[in-house]
Design a protein around this ligand. Sequence first.
Ligand SMILES: Cc1cc2nc3c(=O)[nH]c(=O)nc-3n(C[C@H](O)[C@H](O)[C@H](O)COP(=O)(O)O)c2cc1C
Length: 162
Amino acid sequence: MDAYTCIIGKRDTRTYADKPIPPDALRRILQAGRMAGSAKNAQLSRFVLLEERERKQELAACGQFAAHIPWAPVVVAIVMPKEGRDFDAGRCAQNMMLAAHADGIASCPVSMHDQECARRVLSLPEGHKVPIVIAFGYPTDVPRAPGVPRTDLDELVHRERW
Ligand SMILES: Cc1cc2nc3c(=O)[nH]c(=O)nc-3n(C[C@H](O)[C@H](O)[C@H](O)COP(=O)(O)O)c2cc1C
């Protein structure tokens, strides 16, 4: 799969096959996150890997739309100090999700609306936040409901000025 096909074809997926992610595929995902650039190359993002069902259930309770988290074989919480830039976390997240997609692994980013809850579940040090959590798993055959189409390019792009 070339890079463009990978980017264009990635859809966020919330149902996962009961099939583990092999260690080499997981390493590639984490490596893709590691290689994301960051403002001033500060590299403030850290990844908390969750594979135990019970811990994933606890984390799911910290988000308002996170019910699928426990069913994903692997969940990665991106953690950074409070002063870290969410954009940097987003770059790690998208790198990881695209690397996974290229290997046939589906994913979905999940917001932690209750940050205190996420901090407690993940035993984070003081002054840290969880900008995003990502659920990873092989897709099922269950067809996805058609989502809202993306904004038309003509509406999205302004030339020279707004
Ligand atoms: C910052 C961010 C937070 C998101 N939080 C959630 C979430 O809490 N739960 C969820 O199911 N999806 C979440 N999503 C996924 C979006 O719903 C998804 O990207 C959007 O519907 C487009 O999906 P598609 O690429 O499959 O069309 C989040 C996406 C982003 C970028």
